[in-house]
Design a protein around this ligand. Structure first.
Ligand SMILES: [Mg+2]
Ligand SMILES: [Zn+2]
Length: 268
């Protein structure tokens, strides 16, 4: 049917073309970044992106869920869709964040799964309810990352989730996953949480870690798995106020520029 000549570029030609393209890109980056040679390739790429504003990385607001967007019921937490009650202004806050160019990403510990109180299907129903209520305020969540684990073995629990993991906050695995999935510019991003576990994860990621007085109000020192609980960069009365602060600063934020120099003030 087709002779060798009709089969398009040979594998050799294709790889040569790719190699040429790669070298062209490297040349661009070498021009753009003074200390290119001393940088790890990934950091060089980030520096290039930041400098040239190509393939822009996006800022995100990482929201904790219970106690921030919806009421923290206490006890074993939210166990079904009927337990979901939005905190006033939560929908408005998420909408405002996205209107300002932030990704809105939920990162949430769901130890109820490991403890056997909620199934994964039940969890989906809870998340669907949260999305549904937020949608009533025209608010959309870009993604929900959850940790179903808990390190303790409890009778009646789901054994496969009863493990020590890296995703349960203050672990950072879910944040790292989201950052890779979405190409998030952590330097322009923030976390909003009501628990010191949220704040600890945010600090470990180098995010602005903002606390709210709703839910646990960042007073859950005795629940923190460490001798030295983290300190929120700022405290706000609720998620609406926290997002308003982020949006105000987003307006003047340029990639590579630290407009958050006020951090570590005014907390408490
Ligand atoms: Mg919470
Ligand atoms: Zn986990």
């Amino acid at each position: 049917m087709h002779g060798p000549d009709a089969a398009g570029p040979s594998p050799f030609e294709a790889s040569a073309a790719l190699r040429h393209l790669r070298m062209t890109v490297m040349d661009w980056m070498r021009d753009a970044i003074p200390d290119f040679a001393s940088l790890h390739p990934r950091h060089a790429l980030q520096a290039y992106q930041t400098d040239r504003k190509v393939w822009p990385m996006r800022p995100a607001i990482f929201f904790d869920c219970d106690g921030v967007l919806n009421e923290e019921p206490g006890g074993h937490g939210v166990l079904g869709p009927d337990d979901v009650r939005l905190i006033p202004g939560a929908g408005e806050a998420v909408r405002a964040a996205r209107d300002a160019g932030y990704l809105a990403i939920i990162v949430t510990n769901r130890a109820q799964v490991a403890k056997g109180f909620v199934t994964l299907a039940g969890l989906e129903a809870i998340f669907a309810r949260i999305r549904e209520l937020l949608a009533q305020d025209d608010a959309t969540i870009d993604a929900i990352y959850f940790c179903p684990h808990h390190p303790e073995q409890t009778p009646g629990g789901a054994a496969r989730f009863q493990i020590a993991c890296e995703c349960r906050k203050p672990g950072t695995l879910l944040f790292r996953r989201a950052t890779a999935d979405f190409g998030i510019d952590l330097g322009r991003s923030a976390l909003i949480g009501d628990s010191l576990r949220d704040i600890g994860a945010g600090c470990a990621m180098g995010l602005r870690a903002y606390g709210v007085h709703t839910g646990y109000g960042c007073r859950d020192v005795e629940r923190y798995p460490d001798q030295a609980p983290p300190v929120p960069d700022r405290m706000f009365s609720d998620v609406r106020e926290a997002v308003a602060f982020c949006v105000t600063h987003r307006a003047i934020a340029e990639p590579g520029q630290d407009v958050w120099a006020e951090r570590k003030t005014d907390s408490g």
